[in-house]
Unconditional design. Structure first.
Length: 201
């Protein structure tokens, strides 16, 4: 026998899973705090509603979501986070857009610059590569017997989505960022739940 009990093996696996889950919740909490600034009501703040939907898709507890909203509204103490976007070039001149969420602009700018230079890249000026990219809303829906390809395609077209990509185990629904919230709400009203809901570049 190797000297390890079943409990130690379970404990090690659970510890790794809990740590990964904690990192995801921390990142989502910061995104909620940024989205909730100025308007902590998800009914009137579509950005906040989208981030809450993303958090729920990642099984973040409602207590955690409400706590993050309260922090952003100033009801609880906490760091002041903001979103910063950097543009630059990677190895071989590849174009990079780096989205950051930080409580310290100067530290983050230095970290991004340092990381890029270590890898043979460089930080660029605003607009140097962003013209090469476009934002798209992405909704990922699990493929089930109740939700076949025809049904999800019909829902997506009715909601105003741009495209539906059929994968082995899921559907990817792409939207224009301006109608992302509208499409998400329409699909939620039809009883569709999401594995992922986000606006990406």
């Amino acid at each position: 026998m190797s000297g390890h009990s079943k409990w130690h093996n379970i404990q090690a696996k659970k510890g790794k899973a809990d740590a990964a889950r904690g990192r995801i919740f921390t990142k989502l909490g910061r995104e909620i705090a940024v989205a909730a600034k100025g308007n902590p009501n998800p009914d009137t703040n579509s950005k906040l509603a989208d981030v809450i939907a993303k958090a729920k898709a990642n099984n973040m507890p409602n207590d955690n979501i409400q706590r993050c909203i309260k922090k952003a509204a100033g009801e609880l103490g906490g760091a002041n986070f903001e979103t910063l976007i950097y543009e630059g070039y990677g190895v071989g001149g590849s174009a990079l857009i780096i989205n950051t969420l930080t409580d310290n602009k100067n530290r983050t700018a230095g970290d991004v610059r340092s990381t890029l230079s270590k890898c043979g890249g460089e930080l660029g000026n605003t607009g140097c590569v962003s013209y090469m990219f476009s934002n798209k809303g992405l909704l990922v829906v699990e493929r089930t017997l109740e939700l076949d390809e025809d049904t999800i395609t019909e829902y997506a077209i009715d909601a105003g989505a741009d495209d539906v990509v059929v994968l082995d185990d899921a559907y990817e629904i792409y939207t224009d960022p301006t109608v992302f919230s509208q499409v998400r709400k329409y699909l939620e009203e039809k009883g569709v739940s999401f594995l992922e809901a986000d606006v990406r570049m």
